[in-house]
Write a protein that binds this ligand. Structure first.
Ligand code: AMP
Ligand code: MG
Length: 485
């Protein structure tokens, strides 16, 4: 199927067509007064859409699922997942629909997915709806990550519905339209494996391989190679999160993609002061998804993926398990490699120096240093504006800085510029996010729009934006985020 809409979006439905057992056709709930609140013009254009047409009522109807053109058949995707370590055999899109796949002029295929479109057969106890605050939060976080160069789903639009949804209080409802390389998750494989039909896992793996890792099909053992590819792309992704202080917050296997993109921005947040134990989510009591646990959890999730692939890797189960285990074991080395080279870049060094990095992190932790502010200040330090004033006990920093500076290449201007290209000055700081979302929920979208503009160019310092670069005052207290809202 290929459908071209009035807005020039070209839809396909390869997932629904090729894997009918992994989704259910479903229609979005109709909403009384869809109004475009946020629209990602840049992304719309990238997708080959007629942005002006998408802003018009038929376009807005499309973005809430109420105006699906003839031939577009939305589906709720089925998946399972380990939530906080406990297996749930049937999760699926409880409040979301895959509208279809957009294939742009360059042949790149991406899902257009709507969140907040009403209860589906996977809704369990939920109301199927979404409130405007959390959908804007996902919009903002995706744009920030994209601007930081980190693979991510991106929001195309947030449309308010004209309905109220009940949470702790009544809140304005919204639908998020987002675009992702795909919504294939570790949990999709778990769902297929739980069906008890090995042919279904094979079909899913073939589909995923063709869509994301076509070269793997040429390998001697394509399914093992596919597994290695996912391991590598996730090792790289999580390293990038760690390097900017991103805490996903709910790394359940249903929220981990096969493509290697970040998805499902729920209780995520950026770390303020450096502490591996940082947790924001109100329900993460044990710290399972704490900042410092993310690489370990990624590997745990990938082990769950590996279990589903064992029958495909080798007819001999022992041999398959051994091969999959070997592949999984490589995660640590791959992750360390990505992380250490990223750290070297943050420090302006040609190569990582492990003791130097280790001692720095201990120093940042001990002195409760703001992670983002510190790395940005380091380039200024090279230009004669010492970073020592950030520290409560600057002597410890002085000693570390002397070791560091001895390793920094001579061309200080080049090093400074390179550091400023990897150490952001503007990230979605928690107190600014909260401020903007509160205003938006109360009807003033201007601070949110401003914040999106700020984080969309994270590396270039601009006058007048000092308030976005400053850490939260201590009076803000610990920051808490919520899931499933
Ligand atoms: P999450 O871990 O937040 O990505 O979502 C976990 C599961 O809960 C998914 O299957 C979602 O579709 C489902 N879910 C979350 N919120 C709702 C809601 N309000 N109504 C229905 N299902 C929901
Ligand atoms: Mg999810």
């Amino acid at each position: 199927m290929s459908v071209v809409t009035g807005s020039q979006l070209e839809f396909d439905d390869s997932y629904a067509r090729e894997l009918p057992r992994l989704s259910q056709p479903w229609i979005a709930a109709s909403v009384p007064a869809p109004t475009l609140l946020m629209f990602n013009e840049e992304l719309a254009t990238e997708l080959g859409a007629d942005a002006e047409a998408l802003r018009e009522p038929p376009g807005v109807a499309l973005l809430v699922g109420n105006g699906s053109p003839d031939g577009v058949r939305p589906v709720a995707q089925a998946y399972a997942g380990h939530q906080f370590g406990a297996y749930v055999p049937r999760l699926g899109d409880g409040r979301a629909l895959l509208l279809g796949e957009l294939v742009d002029g360059g042949g790149r295929r991406r899902d257009l997915h709507l969140k907040g479109t009403g209860r589906t057969p996977f809704a369990r106890g939920g109301d199927g709806k979404a409130a405007v605050g959390p959908m804007l939060r996902e919009y903002l976080m995706g744009e920030a990550m994209h601007a930081l160069g980190i693979p991510t789903s991106r929001a195309l639009a947030v449309v308010t519905t004209g309905e109220e949804v009940m949470r702790d209080t009544m809140l304005p409802g919204a639908v998020l339209a987002r675009v992702a390389a795909s919504h294939l998750r570790v949990g999709t494989f778990q769902y297929a494996a739980t069906s008890g039909d090995p042919a279904l896992v094979r079909k899913l793996a073939d589909y995923a391989m063709a869509r994301h890792y076509p070269d793997a099909a040429e390998a001697a053992n394509p399914y093992l190679e596919f597994y290695r590819c996912v391991i590598d792309t996730q090792a790289s992704l999580v390293a990038r999160w760690m390097l900017v202080g991103f805490v996903h917050g709910v790394m359940n296997t249903d929220n981990m993609t096969i493509s290697g993109e970040t998805i499902d921005y729920g209780p995520c947040a950026f770390m303020d002061t450096f502490d591996p134990a940082t947790v924001f989510s109100s329900i993460d009591h044990g710290g399972r998804y704490a900042y410092g646990n993310q690489p370990r959890i990624a590997q745990w999730n990938l082990a769950r993926l590996g279990e589903t692939l064992v029958p495909l890797i080798d007819g001999n189960t022992d041999a398959a398990v051994e091969a999959a285990t070997d592949a999984l074991t490589s995660f640590a080395e791959r992750y360390e490699g990505y992380w250490a080279s990223g750290m070297a870049a943050k420090l302006g060094l040609d190569a990582p120096d492990q003791p130097l990095i280790r001692d720095l992190l201990a120093l940042l932790h001990a002195q409760r240093m703001d992670f983002t502010q510190f790395f940005r200040a380091l380039s200024s330090h090279l230009q004669g504006r010492p970073a020592r004033s950030l520290f409560t006990e600057p002597e410890a920093f002085d000693a570390w800085a002397a070791r560091w500076q001895a390793l920094v290449p001579r061309d200080r201007n080049a090093v400074t510029a390179a550091m400023d290209r990897v150490n952001p000055i503007y990230i979605p700081r928690n107190h600014r996010v909260e401020e903007a979302l509160t205003a938006a929920t109360d009807g003033d979208i201007a601070p949110f729009r401003r914040l999106v503009e700020v984080v969309a160019r994270p590396f270039i310092q601009r006058p007048g934006l000092e308030r976005y670069a400053e850490p939260a005052p201590a009076s803000c207290g610990p920051y808490v985020t919520y899931c499933g809202t």
